[in-house]
Design a protein around this ligand. Structure first.
Ligand code: FAD
Length: 474
């Protein structure tokens, strides 16, 4: 008999320890379910190891250097030297502190941790192959399964990731030296965030985007300040050009792009980073064995309880579809665990925030003015520019604004869009307002600390009500 023939049993099998999976496992543990979490790689998934956290660490570190080197206006004269090795070491320290924390929290909540790659082997059975030669496999019988296997970067034809010339975002976040020049394929949020990082490291960055706009999906007035800053940083953004191929040259590579009319342009660079989106990881799970079929995009359809077409199987995080964001996965993980434990939990996506950690940052939540109109509301909109904010002036960052969208009749806050300093943090206030069913009057009646950036949210609400003090009312 081989080890794999002996099956262990568990109430809940969670596959994947990213933000969707580890949150589901911890919550299930808190609810006294017997839970087993299988991870083939590293605790924390893409987010902690190769995504949100390392990217934000590098955004902060390069931002500190850039700020210090550009603070003459504040009477600071500095010429910071970047030690790439030291920066990467610091980033790795942040990552390992968090991944270690996830492991400890799982154990403290009674989660059984299993290292290996899981795939289904029947309706209530999975097989876990342990890593390395000769380490065998084991079978796990489960009552419920939560699929949280996340996503991987999409490759485009001719640009297979090799870690040397053609980089994925994961490769780019672990470079040991600063490339002289970089072509980034894709002007979505990952491409634009990393364009800022490398431009601040001194790399000559070109972004090529096949669509006619950068940061597609974000309103023009949100994307424009970001594009302007990128251009100030020396980033060249080429719109309407699709990367069509590349070849090695004596001192690097040459990336060719093509417009819709067939016009070709070549860009010489040391490396190319492809950031054109991510696809769900469902093809390695042997889903046929359990009787689940993903949709055309590879995603698993779920209902408002994170349940798939099968009563006993749940899917959370990136595998369960857009928006592919860590906090969306965490919420789904929590709901899946609670539903399995018999609690009346359900998903409500009315206020899923999104942030782009560029300079300036973008934060959005809920409805835009147009979406509010389309949903049948008569929107009341208020705006506050950061140039009128005392706190923004003291930080030296005055680009951008806060916009609040509400229903004119009831005053209920429906959404918000922010571009500017700390937009990723500030948007939480608008999210909370939506979640609590707060009105413009509630936000306006809330005393905000002075001088803070959050006063701009207060002021935007007052602006929508027609009685802003520090800006002209529309
Ligand atoms: C560069 C970058 C920056 C990002 N920045 C942000 C951000 O600022 N904010 C934000 O909200 N989101 C951000 N994201 C997206 C975020 O990382 C994902 O939305 C999030 O990680 C999804 O969580 P998940 O749990 O669904 O999957 P993942 O985090 O992808 O975790 C899935 C886990 O499952 C494991 N796994 C897969 N198959 C198996 C198997 N068969 N057996 C066992 N284990 C398996 C994987 O090894 C992995 O650890 C970023 C992504 C990238 C790439």
């Amino acid at each position: 008999m081989v080890v794999g023939d002996i099956a262990t049993g568990t109430d809940v099998l969670v596959i994947g320890a990213g933000p969707g999976g580890y949150v589901a496992a911890i919550r299930a543990g808190q609810l006294d379910l017997d839970v087993t979490l299988v991870e083939k790689d590293a605790y924390g998934g893409t987010c902690l190891n190769h995504g949100c956290i390392p990217s934000k660490a590098l955004i902060t570190a390069t931002g500190v250097a850039h700020e210090a080197g550009n603070a003459e206006g504040m009477g600071i004269h500095a010429d910071p030297a970047i030690d790439m090795g030291g920066m990467m070491e610091w980033k790795e320290g942040v990552v390992s502190q968090l991944t270690g924390g996830v492991e400890k929290l799982c154990k403290a909540n009674g989660v059984n941790l299993v290292e290996g790659r899981a795939e289904f082997d029947g309706e209530n059975r999975a097989r876990v192959a342990h890593g390395g030669d000769g380490q065998g496999s084991e079978s796990i019988e489960f009552e419920h399964a939560i699929v949280a296997t996340g996503s991987r970067p999409i490759e485009i034809p001719g640009f297979e990731f090799d870690g040397e010339h053609v980089l994925s975002s994961r490769d780019a976040l672990s470079l040991e030296s600063v490339p002289d020049s970089l072509v980034i394929v894709g002007a979505g949020y990952i491409g634009m965030e990393l364009a800022g990082v490398f431009a601040k490291l001194g790399t000559d960055v070109t972004v090529v985007e096949m669509l006619e706009e950068a940061l597609t999906g974000y309103a023009d007035d949100l994307a424009k300040p970001v594009v302007d800053t990128m251009e100030d940083l020396g980033v060249e953004i080429r719109l309407g050009e699709a990367a069509s191929g590349w070849e090695e040259t004596g001192n690097g590579m040459s990336v060719t792009t093509e417009t819709e009319d067939g016009e070709e342009t070549s860009y010489a660079c040391e490396k190319a980073l492809v950031a054109v989106g991510r696809q769900p990881v469902t093809d390695t799970l042997n889903l046929e064995a359990i009787g689940l079929e993903p949709d055309e995009g590879g995603f698993l359809a779920t209902d408002d309880r994170a349940r798939t077409d099968l009563e006993h199987v749940f899917a959370v995080g990136d595998v369960a579809g857009e928006p592919m964001l860590a906090h969306k996965g965490m919420k789904e993980g929590q709901v899946a665990a609670e539903v399995i434990a018999g609690e009346p939990s359900a998903l409500d996506y009315q206020a899923v925030p999104a942030a782009v950690f560029t300079e300036p940052e973008i934060g959005t939540v809920g409805m835009t003015e147009t979406e509010a109109e389309e949903a049948g509301f008569e929107p009341a909109v208020g705006q506050m520019p950061f140039r009128a904010s005392g706190r923004a002036l003291t930080t030296g960052h005055t680009d951008g604004f806060v916009r609040v969208v509400a229903d004119a009749e009831s005053g209920f806050v429906l959404g918000g869009q922010i571009v500017g300093p700390e937009a990723s943090e500030l948007i939480a206030e608008v999210g909370l307002a939506i979640e609590l069913g707060a009105t413009l009057e509630d936000v306006a009646a809330t005393i905000h600390t002075h001088p803070t950036l959050s006063e701009a949210v207060h002021e935007a609400a007052e602006n929508a009500l027609g009685h802003a003090i520090h800006t002209l009312n529309r």
